[in-house]
Design a protein. Sequence first.
Length: 435
Amino acid sequence: MVKKLELKECKLKGESKKGLRIIHTADWHLGGKFYSYSLEDVQNKFLESMAGIVKSTEADVLLVVGDLFDTKSPSGSVQEMYYQFLNMVRSEARQCRHIVILGGNHDPAKVLDAPQRLLRHFKIHVMGRMPKDVDDAILELTDENGQVQALLGCVPYLHTDDLPLDEVSGESVEDSLERRRKAMHRFYDHLWDAMLKRQEALGLDVPLMLSGHLPIAGAILYDDQESRRDGYVGNVLENRAEIFSSDASYVALGHLHRGQSLGAGSRIRYSGSPMPMGFGELGQEKSVVLLEVRDDCLGIESVALPEYLGLIEVEGEWDEIEAAVESVLQETSKPILLKLSYTGEDVSKANWQVLRDRLIDTRHAIVFCETVKRKEGLATRRNQGISLSELSPQYIFDQLLKRKGFSEEKSSEWQKMLNEAIELRNKKNDMEGAQ
Protein backbone atom coordinates (compact mmCIF):
# COMPACT_ATOMS: atom_id res chain seq x y z
CA MET A 1 0.00 0.00 0.00
CA VAL A 2 1.52 3.32 -1.11
CA LYS A 3 1.46 6.18 1.38
CA LYS A 4 0.01 8.98 -0.73
CA LEU A 5 0.10 12.37 0.95
CA GLU A 6 -2.38 15.07 -0.01
CA LEU A 7 -0.96 18.49 -0.83
CA LYS A 8 -1.74 21.24 1.66
CA GLU A 9 -0.96 24.88 0.89
CA CYS A 10 0.60 26.40 4.01
CA LYS A 11 3.31 28.77 5.20
CA LEU A 12 6.56 26.90 5.69
CA LYS A 13 9.38 29.45 5.37
CA GLY A 14 10.13 30.94 8.78
CA GLU A 15 7.98 28.36 10.57
CA SER A 16 9.28 25.48 12.69
CA LYS A 17 9.98 22.31 10.73
CA LYS A 18 7.58 19.38 10.96
CA GLY A 19 9.29 17.08 8.49
CA LEU A 20 11.73 16.66 5.61
CA ARG A 21 11.91 19.81 3.46
CA ILE A 22 12.51 19.78 -0.28
CA ILE A 23 13.14 22.71 -2.64
CA HIS A 24 12.02 22.02 -6.22
CA THR A 25 13.47 24.27 -8.93
CA ALA A 26 14.51 23.93 -12.59
CA ASP A 27 15.62 25.64 -15.80
CA TRP A 28 18.44 27.81 -14.51
CA HIS A 29 20.08 28.02 -17.97
CA LEU A 30 23.45 29.05 -16.56
CA GLY A 31 25.56 30.78 -19.21
CA GLY A 32 22.50 31.73 -21.23
CA LYS A 33 21.95 35.01 -23.03
CA PHE A 34 18.86 37.18 -23.32
CA TYR A 35 19.12 37.94 -27.02
CA SER A 36 22.80 39.04 -27.06
CA TYR A 37 22.86 40.22 -23.41
CA SER A 38 25.04 38.03 -21.18
CA LEU A 39 23.26 36.87 -18.02
CA GLU A 40 26.32 35.61 -16.12
CA ASP A 41 26.45 38.50 -13.63
CA VAL A 42 22.71 38.24 -12.97
CA GLN A 43 22.92 34.46 -12.60
CA ASN A 44 25.76 34.80 -10.08
CA LYS A 45 23.45 36.93 -7.94
CA PHE A 46 20.71 34.34 -8.33
CA LEU A 47 23.01 31.53 -7.18
CA GLU A 48 24.07 33.53 -4.13
CA SER A 49 20.45 34.15 -3.14
CA MET A 50 19.51 30.53 -3.96
CA ALA A 51 22.11 29.29 -1.49
CA GLY A 52 20.61 31.69 1.04
CA ILE A 53 17.10 30.35 0.39
CA VAL A 54 18.29 26.77 0.92
CA LYS A 55 19.68 27.86 4.29
CA SER A 56 16.80 30.10 5.42
CA THR A 57 14.12 27.52 4.56
CA GLU A 58 16.09 24.78 6.34
CA ALA A 59 15.76 22.61 3.24
CA ASP A 60 17.03 19.05 3.51
CA VAL A 61 16.90 18.47 -0.26
CA LEU A 62 17.61 20.75 -3.22
CA LEU A 63 16.18 19.31 -6.44
CA VAL A 64 17.06 20.90 -9.81
CA VAL A 65 14.98 19.27 -12.55
CA GLY A 66 16.96 19.90 -15.72
CA ASP A 67 18.50 22.65 -17.86
CA LEU A 68 21.10 23.62 -15.32
CA PHE A 69 23.17 24.92 -18.24
CA ASP A 70 21.96 26.71 -21.35
CA THR A 71 24.24 25.07 -23.91
CA LYS A 72 25.94 21.75 -24.58
CA SER A 73 29.32 23.47 -24.21
CA PRO A 74 29.26 25.71 -21.12
CA SER A 75 32.33 27.92 -20.76
CA GLY A 76 34.90 27.40 -18.01
CA SER A 77 33.58 30.44 -16.12
CA VAL A 78 30.02 29.08 -16.23
CA GLN A 79 31.10 25.68 -14.92
CA GLU A 80 33.09 27.44 -12.20
CA MET A 81 29.93 29.34 -11.24
CA TYR A 82 28.12 26.00 -10.87
CA TYR A 83 30.78 24.41 -8.67
CA GLN A 84 31.09 27.54 -6.52
CA PHE A 85 27.35 27.30 -5.91
CA LEU A 86 27.64 23.66 -4.81
CA ASN A 87 30.41 24.70 -2.43
CA MET A 88 28.28 27.58 -1.08
CA VAL A 89 25.39 25.27 -0.28
CA ARG A 90 27.64 22.66 1.27
CA SER A 91 29.46 25.20 3.47
CA GLU A 92 26.60 27.59 4.34
CA ALA A 93 23.53 25.32 4.39
CA ARG A 94 24.88 22.27 6.14
CA GLN A 95 21.41 20.97 6.96
CA CYS A 96 20.89 20.28 3.21
CA ARG A 97 21.81 16.61 2.98
CA HIS A 98 20.89 15.99 -0.65
CA ILE A 99 21.58 18.11 -3.70
CA VAL A 100 19.99 16.50 -6.76
CA ILE A 101 20.89 17.74 -10.26
CA LEU A 102 19.06 16.20 -13.23
CA GLY A 103 20.02 16.79 -16.85
CA GLY A 104 17.73 18.62 -19.27
CA ASN A 105 17.58 18.83 -23.04
CA HIS A 106 19.95 21.84 -22.98
CA ASP A 107 22.48 20.17 -20.69
CA PRO A 108 25.72 18.42 -21.71
CA ALA A 109 25.09 15.00 -20.16
CA LYS A 110 28.75 13.95 -20.10
CA VAL A 111 29.89 17.21 -18.50
CA LEU A 112 27.36 16.71 -15.73
CA ASP A 113 28.11 13.03 -15.23
CA ALA A 114 31.93 13.25 -15.35
CA PRO A 115 32.40 14.07 -11.61
CA GLN A 116 29.39 11.96 -10.60
CA ARG A 117 31.25 9.52 -8.33
CA LEU A 118 33.26 12.24 -6.62
CA LEU A 119 30.22 14.43 -5.96
CA ARG A 120 28.28 11.49 -4.56
CA HIS A 121 30.64 11.47 -1.55
CA PHE A 122 29.32 14.95 -0.72
CA LYS A 123 25.68 13.83 -1.08
CA ILE A 124 25.45 15.61 -4.43
CA HIS A 125 23.55 13.35 -6.80
CA VAL A 126 24.04 14.26 -10.46
CA MET A 127 22.28 12.44 -13.28
CA GLY A 128 22.95 13.86 -16.75
CA ARG A 129 21.63 10.73 -18.46
CA MET A 130 19.19 8.08 -17.33
CA PRO A 131 21.17 5.15 -15.82
CA LYS A 132 20.84 1.78 -17.50
CA ASP A 133 19.62 0.20 -14.27
CA VAL A 134 16.39 1.94 -13.26
CA ASP A 135 17.08 1.05 -9.63
CA ASP A 136 19.99 3.51 -9.72
CA ALA A 137 17.49 6.30 -10.41
CA ILE A 138 15.72 5.82 -7.07
CA LEU A 139 16.99 8.12 -4.33
CA GLU A 140 16.28 7.60 -0.65
CA LEU A 141 15.68 10.99 0.95
CA THR A 142 16.77 10.91 4.58
CA ASP A 143 16.28 13.25 7.54
CA GLU A 144 18.88 14.47 10.05
CA ASN A 145 18.71 11.09 11.81
CA GLY A 146 19.41 9.15 8.63
CA GLN A 147 15.85 7.84 8.45
CA VAL A 148 14.29 7.50 4.99
CA GLN A 149 11.36 9.90 4.73
CA ALA A 150 10.55 9.61 1.01
CA LEU A 151 11.65 7.95 -2.22
CA LEU A 152 12.36 10.05 -5.31
CA GLY A 153 12.36 8.67 -8.83
CA CYS A 154 15.04 10.78 -10.57
CA VAL A 155 14.37 11.17 -14.29
CA PRO A 156 16.53 13.49 -16.44
CA TYR A 157 15.62 14.40 -20.01
CA LEU A 158 15.06 11.13 -21.85
CA HIS A 159 16.87 10.67 -25.15
CA THR A 160 15.64 8.44 -27.95
CA ASP A 161 17.82 5.52 -26.91
CA ASP A 162 16.45 5.72 -23.36
CA LEU A 163 13.11 4.71 -24.90
CA PRO A 164 14.12 1.86 -27.27
CA LEU A 165 11.74 1.72 -30.20
CA ASP A 166 11.84 -0.41 -33.31
CA GLU A 167 11.49 1.49 -36.57
CA VAL A 168 8.19 0.77 -38.33
CA SER A 169 8.36 1.07 -42.09
CA GLY A 170 5.72 3.30 -43.66
CA GLU A 171 4.42 4.51 -40.31
CA SER A 172 2.69 7.89 -40.25
CA VAL A 173 4.07 10.74 -38.14
CA GLU A 174 1.00 10.61 -35.90
CA ASP A 175 1.43 6.87 -35.28
CA SER A 176 5.13 7.35 -34.57
CA LEU A 177 4.41 10.07 -32.01
CA GLU A 178 1.74 7.98 -30.32
CA ARG A 179 4.11 5.00 -30.15
CA ARG A 180 6.69 7.17 -28.42
CA ARG A 181 4.09 8.45 -25.97
CA LYS A 182 3.23 4.87 -25.07
CA ALA A 183 6.93 4.09 -24.65
CA MET A 184 7.23 7.02 -22.21
CA HIS A 185 4.24 5.66 -20.29
CA ARG A 186 5.87 2.20 -20.09
CA PHE A 187 9.10 3.80 -18.88
CA TYR A 188 7.39 5.53 -15.95
CA ASP A 189 5.41 2.37 -15.16
CA HIS A 190 8.69 0.44 -14.99
CA LEU A 191 10.24 3.06 -12.72
CA TRP A 192 7.19 3.05 -10.47
CA ASP A 193 7.32 -0.76 -10.12
CA ALA A 194 10.98 -0.50 -9.12
CA MET A 195 10.12 2.14 -6.52
CA LEU A 196 7.41 -0.09 -5.03
CA LYS A 197 9.93 -2.92 -4.74
CA ARG A 198 12.45 -0.61 -3.06
CA GLN A 199 9.79 0.53 -0.59
CA GLU A 200 8.90 -3.07 0.20
CA ALA A 201 12.57 -3.99 0.67
CA LEU A 202 13.01 -1.08 3.10
CA GLY A 203 9.90 -2.11 4.98
CA LEU A 204 8.89 1.54 5.31
CA ASP A 205 5.61 3.31 4.66
CA VAL A 206 6.93 6.47 2.97
CA PRO A 207 5.57 8.66 0.15
CA LEU A 208 6.86 8.19 -3.39
CA MET A 209 7.69 11.13 -5.66
CA LEU A 210 8.56 11.36 -9.34
CA SER A 211 10.41 13.86 -11.52
CA GLY A 212 10.96 14.60 -15.18
CA HIS A 213 12.16 17.17 -17.69
CA LEU A 214 9.48 17.17 -20.37
CA PRO A 215 6.36 19.03 -21.55
CA ILE A 216 2.95 17.77 -20.46
CA ALA A 217 -0.28 18.36 -22.39
CA GLY A 218 -2.41 21.16 -20.96
CA ALA A 219 0.50 23.19 -19.64
CA ILE A 220 0.59 26.92 -20.41
CA LEU A 221 3.76 28.44 -21.83
CA TYR A 222 2.80 32.09 -21.47
CA ASP A 223 -0.05 34.02 -19.89
CA ASP A 224 -1.88 34.72 -23.15
CA GLN A 225 -4.04 31.83 -24.33
CA GLU A 226 -2.76 31.99 -27.91
CA SER A 227 0.59 30.74 -26.63
CA ARG A 228 -0.85 27.30 -25.79
CA ARG A 229 0.52 24.86 -28.30
CA ASP A 230 0.85 21.16 -28.98
CA GLY A 231 3.65 19.05 -30.44
CA TYR A 232 7.32 19.57 -29.82
CA VAL A 233 8.72 21.98 -27.29
CA GLY A 234 12.48 22.21 -26.94
CA ASN A 235 13.04 18.98 -28.91
CA VAL A 236 11.00 16.90 -26.45
CA LEU A 237 7.81 15.00 -27.26
CA GLU A 238 4.71 16.21 -25.44
CA ASN A 239 3.09 13.67 -23.14
CA ARG A 240 -0.04 13.35 -21.04
CA ALA A 241 -0.25 13.58 -17.25
CA GLU A 242 -1.46 9.96 -17.13
CA ILE A 243 2.11 8.71 -17.56
CA PHE A 244 2.63 9.40 -13.84
CA SER A 245 1.16 7.04 -11.27
CA SER A 246 -1.90 8.48 -9.53
CA ASP A 247 -0.35 7.24 -6.26
CA ALA A 248 2.64 9.57 -6.54
CA SER A 249 2.46 12.20 -3.80
CA TYR A 250 4.27 14.75 -5.95
CA VAL A 251 5.70 15.05 -9.47
CA ALA A 252 8.51 17.61 -9.84
CA LEU A 253 8.85 18.82 -13.42
CA GLY A 254 11.20 21.03 -15.39
CA HIS A 255 11.33 22.31 -18.99
CA LEU A 256 8.57 24.93 -19.06
CA HIS A 257 9.55 28.35 -17.72
CA ARG A 258 6.13 29.27 -16.33
CA GLY A 259 5.53 27.92 -12.82
CA GLN A 260 2.23 26.02 -12.73
CA SER A 261 0.43 22.93 -11.50
CA LEU A 262 -1.43 20.26 -13.47
CA GLY A 263 -3.81 17.43 -12.73
CA ALA A 264 -6.08 16.62 -9.81
CA GLY A 265 -4.87 18.03 -6.51
CA SER A 266 -2.15 20.06 -8.25
CA ARG A 267 0.40 17.37 -7.42
CA ILE A 268 2.11 17.67 -10.81
CA ARG A 269 4.12 20.90 -10.83
CA TYR A 270 6.51 22.92 -12.94
CA SER A 271 8.61 25.11 -10.69
CA GLY A 272 9.32 27.47 -13.58
CA SER A 273 12.61 29.23 -14.30
CA PRO A 274 14.15 31.60 -11.73
CA MET A 275 14.39 34.48 -14.20
CA PRO A 276 12.88 35.27 -17.62
CA MET A 277 14.66 34.05 -20.73
CA GLY A 278 12.35 35.78 -23.22
CA PHE A 279 9.73 38.53 -23.44
CA GLY A 280 7.05 35.85 -23.50
CA GLU A 281 7.70 35.58 -19.74
CA LEU A 282 7.07 39.29 -19.16
CA GLY A 283 5.07 39.82 -15.97
CA GLN A 284 5.52 36.30 -14.60
CA GLU A 285 6.33 36.02 -10.90
CA LYS A 286 9.24 33.66 -10.41
CA SER A 287 9.52 31.28 -7.46
CA VAL A 288 10.74 27.92 -6.20
CA VAL A 289 8.52 25.25 -4.66
CA LEU A 290 9.10 24.37 -1.00
CA LEU A 291 7.71 21.03 0.21
CA GLU A 292 7.51 19.53 3.70
CA VAL A 293 6.88 15.81 4.19
CA ARG A 294 4.57 15.49 7.19
CA ASP A 295 2.84 12.46 8.68
CA ASP A 296 -0.61 13.47 7.42
CA CYS A 297 0.06 15.70 4.39
CA LEU A 298 2.61 17.20 2.06
CA GLY A 299 2.95 20.88 2.95
CA ILE A 300 3.66 23.14 -0.02
CA GLU A 301 4.55 26.81 -0.45
CA SER A 302 5.74 28.88 -3.40
CA VAL A 303 8.73 30.91 -2.24
CA ALA A 304 8.99 34.08 -4.30
CA LEU A 305 12.36 34.91 -5.83
CA PRO A 306 13.78 38.43 -6.14
CA GLU A 307 13.40 40.08 -9.53
CA TYR A 308 16.93 39.63 -10.83
CA LEU A 309 16.14 41.09 -14.24
CA GLY A 310 13.58 43.67 -15.34
CA LEU A 311 11.84 43.66 -18.73
CA ILE A 312 10.15 46.55 -20.49
CA GLU A 313 8.32 46.28 -23.80
CA VAL A 314 7.08 49.46 -25.51
CA GLU A 315 5.33 49.85 -28.83
CA GLY A 316 4.34 53.41 -29.75
CA GLU A 317 5.44 56.89 -30.75
CA TRP A 318 9.04 58.06 -30.43
CA ASP A 319 8.39 60.20 -27.34
CA GLU A 320 6.97 57.14 -25.56
CA ILE A 321 10.06 55.15 -26.46
CA GLU A 322 12.40 57.94 -25.31
CA ALA A 323 10.48 58.19 -22.02
CA ALA A 324 10.88 54.44 -21.45
CA VAL A 325 14.65 54.66 -21.93
CA GLU A 326 14.89 57.67 -19.61
CA SER A 327 12.87 55.87 -16.92
CA VAL A 328 15.29 52.96 -16.65
CA LEU A 329 18.20 55.30 -15.91
CA GLN A 330 16.76 55.74 -12.41
CA GLU A 331 16.82 51.96 -11.75
CA THR A 332 19.96 50.80 -9.93
CA SER A 333 18.87 47.57 -8.19
CA LYS A 334 18.76 45.37 -11.29
CA PRO A 335 19.44 45.44 -15.05
CA ILE A 336 16.51 46.40 -17.27
CA LEU A 337 16.25 44.99 -20.80
CA LEU A 338 14.08 46.79 -23.34
CA LYS A 339 12.18 45.65 -26.40
CA LEU A 340 11.15 48.72 -28.41
CA SER A 341 8.92 49.10 -31.46
CA TYR A 342 8.40 52.49 -33.11
CA THR A 343 5.00 52.76 -34.83
CA GLY A 344 5.08 56.43 -35.82
CA GLU A 345 4.76 57.84 -39.35
CA ASP A 346 8.04 59.77 -39.38
CA VAL A 347 10.69 57.04 -39.64
CA SER A 348 13.48 59.66 -39.54
CA LYS A 349 12.83 59.99 -35.80
CA ALA A 350 13.92 56.41 -35.17
CA ASN A 351 17.53 57.07 -34.16
CA TRP A 352 18.16 53.88 -32.20
CA GLN A 353 21.90 54.49 -31.75
CA VAL A 354 21.25 57.67 -29.76
CA LEU A 355 19.09 55.68 -27.33
CA ARG A 356 21.69 52.92 -27.05
CA ASP A 357 24.34 55.50 -26.25
CA ARG A 358 22.21 56.73 -23.34
CA LEU A 359 22.61 53.30 -21.71
CA ILE A 360 26.32 52.72 -22.38
CA ASP A 361 27.54 53.27 -18.80
CA THR A 362 24.66 51.40 -17.19
CA ARG A 363 23.70 47.75 -16.69
CA HIS A 364 20.62 48.29 -18.87
CA ALA A 365 20.34 47.50 -22.56
CA ILE A 366 18.07 47.70 -25.57
CA VAL A 367 18.08 44.07 -26.70
CA PHE A 368 15.55 44.46 -29.51
CA CYS A 369 14.34 47.46 -31.50
CA GLU A 370 12.49 47.96 -34.75
CA THR A 371 10.48 50.38 -36.81
CA VAL A 372 7.14 48.63 -37.25
CA LYS A 373 6.24 50.49 -40.46
CA ARG A 374 8.92 48.51 -42.26
CA LYS A 375 7.53 45.17 -41.01
CA GLU A 376 3.82 45.88 -40.87
CA GLY A 377 2.83 42.25 -41.28
CA LEU A 378 4.35 41.29 -37.94
CA ALA A 379 2.67 44.01 -35.86
CA THR A 380 -0.03 41.68 -34.49
CA ARG A 381 2.52 39.15 -33.32
CA ARG A 382 4.59 41.82 -31.57
CA ASN A 383 1.49 42.97 -29.74
CA GLN A 384 1.44 39.53 -28.15
CA GLY A 385 4.96 40.06 -26.86
CA ILE A 386 6.35 36.89 -28.43
CA SER A 387 9.58 36.76 -30.42
CA LEU A 388 10.26 34.16 -33.10
CA SER A 389 12.69 32.38 -30.79
CA GLU A 390 9.82 31.75 -28.37
CA LEU A 391 7.51 30.07 -30.91
CA SER A 392 7.47 26.49 -32.13
CA PRO A 393 8.37 25.77 -35.78
CA GLN A 394 4.87 24.31 -36.24
CA TYR A 395 3.20 27.51 -35.04
CA ILE A 396 5.34 29.75 -37.26
CA PHE A 397 4.80 27.49 -40.29
CA ASP A 398 1.05 27.34 -39.64
CA GLN A 399 0.84 31.15 -39.55
CA LEU A 400 2.78 31.34 -42.81
CA LEU A 401 0.46 28.85 -44.53
CA LYS A 402 -2.60 30.79 -43.37
CA ARG A 403 -1.11 34.06 -44.60
CA LYS A 404 -0.38 32.49 -48.00
CA GLY A 405 -3.98 31.28 -48.25
CA PHE A 406 -3.34 27.53 -48.48
CA SER A 407 -6.36 25.26 -48.12
CA GLU A 408 -6.76 23.23 -44.92
CA GLU A 409 -6.04 20.00 -46.81
CA LYS A 410 -2.87 21.38 -48.40
CA SER A 411 -1.74 22.93 -45.11
CA SER A 412 -2.14 19.55 -43.41
CA GLU A 413 0.13 17.92 -46.02
CA TRP A 414 2.81 20.57 -45.54
CA GLN A 415 2.58 20.27 -41.74
CA LYS A 416 3.07 16.49 -41.99
CA MET A 417 6.25 17.01 -44.00
CA LEU A 418 7.49 19.54 -41.44
CA ASN A 419 6.75 17.12 -38.58
CA GLU A 420 8.72 14.38 -40.35
CA ALA A 421 11.68 16.74 -40.74
CA ILE A 422 11.47 17.72 -37.05
CA GLU A 423 11.28 14.04 -36.07
CA LEU A 424 14.51 13.35 -37.96
CA ARG A 425 16.15 16.43 -36.42
CA ASN A 426 15.15 15.36 -32.91
CA LYS A 427 16.64 11.90 -33.39
CA LYS A 428 19.87 13.51 -34.65
CA ASN A 429 19.95 15.91 -31.65
CA ASP A 430 19.35 13.02 -29.26
CA MET A 431 22.31 11.11 -30.67
CA GLU A 432 24.55 14.19 -30.48
CA GLY A 433 23.37 14.96 -26.94
CA ALA A 434 24.29 11.46 -25.83
CA GLN A 435 27.89 11.95 -26.95
